[in-house]
Design a protein around this ligand. Sequence first.
Ligand code: F6P
Length: 465
Amino acid sequence: MALNSRLIVVSNRVPPASGFESQDRDEASAGGLVTAVRAAMEQSGGMWFGWSGRSTRRRVTTGSTVRIFGRIQLATIDLSDDEVSLFYLGFSNRTLWPLLHSFPMRVVIRHDTYRAYRRINLRFAQSLMPLLRSDDIIWIQDFHLFHLGYELRRLGWRGKLGFFLHVPFPPAEIFNIMPWSRETLEALLHYDLVGLHDERYLHNLVDALDVELGGELNGDSYGYQGKSARVGVFPIGIDPDKFRPREYGQQHKLSNELGLAEVPDRRLILGVDRLDYTKGIPHRLRIFERMLERHPNLGGKLIYIQISSPSRTRVPEYVQEKEQVERLVGQINGRFSEAGWVPIRYLYRSYSQSELAGFYHETDVCLVTPLRDGMNLVAKEFVAAQDVDSPGVLVLSRFTGAASTMKDAVIVNPYDVEGTAEATYQALRMPVSERRRRNRSLLSVVERYSSQSWSDSFCAALQDI
Ligand code: F6P
């Protein structure tokens, strides 16, 4: 989409400069946000502002480093070791992440991490202000930067200001666990437009605004004490063409990667996630175990491959999750393995887009079963990578944003281990005509809600305000 103004995107994480320098776009993904924003920025050009990913021992002051990669200016700031630990590992990943994903028992409330969060949001604003032109459009991404819009307004920014939340917004009674819920909601009203992935999250946000502030929703604008923000749903997606090429299926085979012997009637189940407790990997392992218990005929033939990419490895909850997953893999393999057959293959590493596309291609059933997930792009990647004549089946948790539109997946409740095990078994036996019908319908959803349509629709709505 052609914008009348320069687009400024701000996110905590930005792609590493090395990713811009190399022409090879097939590096391991840095997550849905970075991939989708990058597609938008490459089309529109503009400035991308964020944390360099580096931390230093010394105190960091305001200011940024700007580098130019074609039509994109990449402006980054460093953080100190203490700031990373309080702002990113602490408040962002131990308070906001579990809160927004509705894991109240995991929410850590600490005043020092909140103060650091506010300081870093202010630092982002102070470092960004000198780089701005008055007719720029600013689009701020995700929960690390809830207060950035408010700080920019305080520093005098009067131009367009949008915000997009890449994770769920929880019910009000969960959001209010955070002692700073009211000021966070007030901060959101400094944006012109606030976007979410799903109607359910929008409903929760409006409810939280009502409970905490008691303002008023007029059409799609929420107003309170003279301020108002438009709120809307903009489901994020992928670029399906990056996963479609048939040759990936030949180049990158799971069976080669794992040295799997050719077994007649072998079936492959695949899970691909960051190693995060919201993804419900232990539940998924229990689901697989239940299938093997109930259907001994699968022995020797069924292999479940779990790719878990390392994530937030210094956060204690993630360390515990990894230990739990690895213990369970060991237990289940110990219980069921036979000569020539190990039922679970666990890969703790990241793969490139083309490798994943090849792996999806060879998979019979993809298990996308998070306990809570803002959208989940693995579900979309899997669908795009299928052979239309003989597609695999997507088993999808109802607790993902993707489930709202991908209704022709096999929709499951991952807390129900027994029910999901049976649904997965049925997915393995699904006739080809039914698989084709579902894949056609899912592919049309993936094509309709792409990364391009996501950024185009958000930027158009922001520009029109
Ligand atoms: O919003 C969630 C998200 O930003 C995803 O886009 C991405 O997969 C993940 O979080 C990355 O987290 P982090 O930047 O902490 O590695």
